[in-house]
Design a protein around this ligand. Structure first.
Ligand code: ZN
Length: 188
């Protein structure tokens, strides 16, 4: 089932997600719905907060993005990221590999039509629990690393506008304020 995507201005986007220890049937259904919602919206990532649930759960899928490459390594071996998509990550954590950061354009399904550069580590090591309740670990770079960091932020209640350079954010302020006002009006 395609779920409604929460827009900026809804307080759930500022809530830190609760850790998940057990995969219940309800969560399995939620994962299916989140994947369907993410794909329907042509997004490459969706956090539980974006469908109104403050949980440490995100889905990511960079399949088919040709112009912005992704890299992935599992157990030190290079793999094709598309073989691992979609990723379903509970309680994800990441650390930067090296000191290389890169500014790149980002959008967010909770901020329709808002795009701005965000500087982030280019390569990261990720650990998480998957949809079977098993621990997973991998290294990734490029767009996939950016997407996972963007989603990790959501799980902490952090939004990409918080990470933007002040000048970039100032430029986008009218659009951001308009989304917030519309959301608040709809929430009453
Ligand atoms: Zn987002």
């Amino acid at each position: 089932m395609v779920l409604d995507i929460v827009k900026y201005g809804d307080p759930v986007l500022r809530q830190k997600g609760e850790r998940v220890e057990n995969i219940t049937p309800e969560l399995t259904q939620l994962i299916d719905d989140m994947l369907e919602t993410m794909h329907d919206a042509h997004g490459i990532g969706l956090a539980a907060q974006q469908i109104g649930r403050a949980l440490q759960l995100t889905t990511v899928d960079v399949t088919g993005v040709e112009d912005r490459p992704s890299r992935m390594e599992v157990n030190g071996e290079k793999v094709n990221p598309e073989d691992y998509m979609p990723l379903i990550l509970f309680n994800p954590e990441w650390t930067a590999v090296g000191n290389t950061t890169e500014a790149g354009p980002e959008g967010c399904l909770s901020f329709p039509e808002v795009y701005g550069d965000v500087k982030r580590p280019e390569e990261i090591d990720v650990t998480a629990m998957d949809e079977k309740g098993e621990a997973v670990a991998f290294r990734c770079g490029g767009l996939l690393a950016r997407a996972i960091q963007h989603e990790w932020d959501h799980l902490q209640g952090i939004l990409f506008i918080d990470r933007m350079d002040g000048l970039v954010r100032a430029d986008l302020k009218p659009e951001i304020d308009a989304i917030q006002a519309e959301t608040k009006k709809a929430l009453g």
